[in-house]
Design a protein around this ligand. Structure first.
Ligand SMILES: N[C@@H](CCC(=O)N[C@@H](CS)C(=O)NCC(=O)O)C(=O)O
Length: 383
């Protein structure tokens, strides 16, 4: 009886507290880190940041925007071994779809798409590098996950929707993923690929022999030399890798995917303004395409189309001043790198990554002449 009375009194006290709008008491010193067992990926990536130069919003309260402007260059973690996404051209320039996002940010904050210092980064180096704050932005086929959001940095926006697939030599005669039971699979360390393949193996009793490699080049070489039956990574990565093979037609990318891989840029934790700037740059690229503004027809005088004029700083505002950007930031960005579609066409169409009808088309109701586009490329309205 006494027990029921105590429970009733507690319930009444709780209801009274709620009615008074009081916060429930804080839980006894439990942090996210102590409450859950970290995954292998989280363990690998939660080492204490080593504050090098300007960690975002450092102790002196200096913003990253100011730091980048004082430095005169943007520091961008990139890759130079994935054709189409991040690569060195014959003149030694860093080029690609992910690379152009860094150039767009440099155009926005420095007025110059070439004011970028690229730092090629292996998959396993990514976590510590972004955590340390030594780079301003990371843009290299990196999947947005909850653990990375919590421990690495803030993901600004999905720039390319992907999923993990498998490539096999045609001579293996395999047509579906499920036929890969007992196969030897080449995988790169420090990736979502490594985690997903384990899940897929466990879930489907595939009995894989998983062989891991420290970087993309060594896993590709191992696959080509016949050390594995299959190479697995993001499908876009497979398409890009196969395009670089001497005999690409000797290899098949199997149908289907085993994961979601939303790829996009991220920034160090701790500086909301910087995070908002990178998101806004993505919005500029996307809305410029939606409004059919390209690097060749950037307006410099009012067009009479309110949305276009607002985007290009010719009427009203979409928050440029609050973000610390110039009114005409979109002119600099689009003139410097082109809109999202131009970037996609320049780097990914030559690889054979069709956009039409894929999730990487603009959203269904984008202003357009040939709707429906039906994709997922969409950003917060710029207004
Ligand atoms: N999207 C996955 C995989 C990213 C990834 O690193 N992929 C490999 C294969 S495409 C790569 O970039 N390799 C090149 C390298 O690290 O040298 C992730 O974020 O973990």
């Amino acid at each position: 009886m006494i027990k029921y009375c105590v429970i009733a009194i507690c319930l009444l006290a709780l209801l009274a507290a709620l009615a008074c709008g009081r916060e429930p008491p804080p839980p006894a010193a439990t942090t996210a880190a102590s409450a859950v067992q970290p995954s292998p990926e989280a363990m690998e990536s939660t080492a204490a940041p080593t504050a090098t130069e300007a960690t975002a919003m450092d102790n002196q309260g200096i913003s990253r925007l100011q730091t980048v402007r004082d430095r005169g260059t943007l520091t961008c973690a990139s890759i130079n071994s994935v054709a189409g996404f991040g690569f060195l051209d014959s003149d030694g320039n860093t080029v690609g779809f992910d690379v152009d996002l860094c150039r767009a940010v440099a155009a926005a904050v420095l007025g110059n798409p070439n004011a970028v210092e690229f730092r090629p980064t292996t998959a396993a180096e990514r976590g510590p590098q972004i955590q340390s704050g030594e780079i301003d932005v990371m843009s290299r086929n990196t999947t947005w996950t909850s653990t990375r959001d919590a421990t690495w940095g803030n993901f600004a926006q999905t720039m390319f929707y992907d999923g993990q697939g498998f490539m096999v030599p045609k001579s293996l005669g395999v047509a579906t993923m499920m036929e890969l039971r007992d196969a030897k699979i080449c995988v790169q360390q420090g990736t979502t690929t490594e985690l997903n393949i384990q899940d897929f193996d466990n879930q489907n009793s595939m009995n894989f022999d998983i062989v891991t490699f420290p970087d993309g080049v060594s896993s590709n070489d191992a696959y080509l030399s016949g050390q594995c039956d299959s190479l697995t990574t993001d499908r876009s990565g497979l398409v890009s890798t196969r395009a670089g093979f001497e005999k690409p037609d000797d290899h098949v990318i199997l149908p289907g995917t085993i994961s979601e891989e939303p790829l996009g840029p991220l920034v160090p934790h701790g500086d909301d303004q910087w995070f908002d700037i990178v998101k806004t740059v993505m919005g500029i690229l996307i809305y410029a395409e939606a409004y059919s503004v390209t690097s060749d027809n950037v307006p410099t005088a009012a067009t009479g189309n309110t949305k276009v004029d607002r985007l290009f700083g010719l009427e009203g505002s979409f928050g440029q001043e609050a973000l610390g950007l110039s009114d005409t930031v979109a002119q600099d960005v689009i003139r410097g790198v082109g809109n999202y579609g131009e970037i996609y066409n320049r780097h990914l169409i030559p690889l054979g990554l069709e956009r039409e009808g894929s999730r990487n088309a603009l959203w269904a109701n984008a202003p357009c002449t040939d709707c429906p586009r039906g994709g997922q490329i969409y950003a917060a309205p710029l207004r």
